[in-house]
Design a protein. Sequence first.
Length: 254
Amino acid sequence: MGNRLRTSRSGGETDPAVLRGLACGAHLKYANGAHWNAVADPNPAPEWERARLKAMWGVTTADQWHEMVQELLDGQVSTPLWDMAMGARAALLVRQEGAPVTEQAWRDAIGRLLVDQLGPHHPELTSAVAAGHEVIARIPRYEARFREDGLLAPQAHVRRTLAWDLGRAANMACWGVDAGFASPDEAREALRVIGAAAAEEYDTWSDFSLGYVLGRCLHFDEDAFGSWYREVRKSHRLLTTRRNSPWTTMPLRG
């Protein structure tokens, strides 16, 4: 059932705002062989879904489902440090009028941001700065591979990894319905907000997808360029080119 782009021909959503939110979850929908345009599984297995949400997300109640959707929407589950690092680089690029950013300048910038955020005497400052430096070393390696594989333009950079959390938020909205933690209307409202957030942060579906791909790699791949990368590289290419993909038939903005 996995690795298939599937569209529900009957019972699919029709509200463009809901569909935009669902499209944010297309990478996972593709990987799981689920209908991208459906809020609920036509043949739900609530007990199995609840067991999965407990094991993988620690979600066991409707309140916890609501909290998890909101944390993902706010980019607070996986992406804060990654996006802080990329934001620091973006600011340097503007200041330097597009001139290349050296690793040392980038390290200095993330260090200053963390001091401002935590305070100069915070007990976790040293470990936070070390984690920031590790992220700064990893991001360019992935971007170089993306360029080599034709996913990213030669001089371009990935702006944010927020898409990684938004894509999972879109699926979490649907999983909540299947688990019996949320009504379809609650999920639809969450999906409208998720789609609007994606449109605010990204210009195109390709930009959104690259943020998702990088987030997944930083989370799981451990710089191996293994299956965690190859699988999402495949879905990126399919979703951004196939004529029946939600990303080629529906603009992210508008």
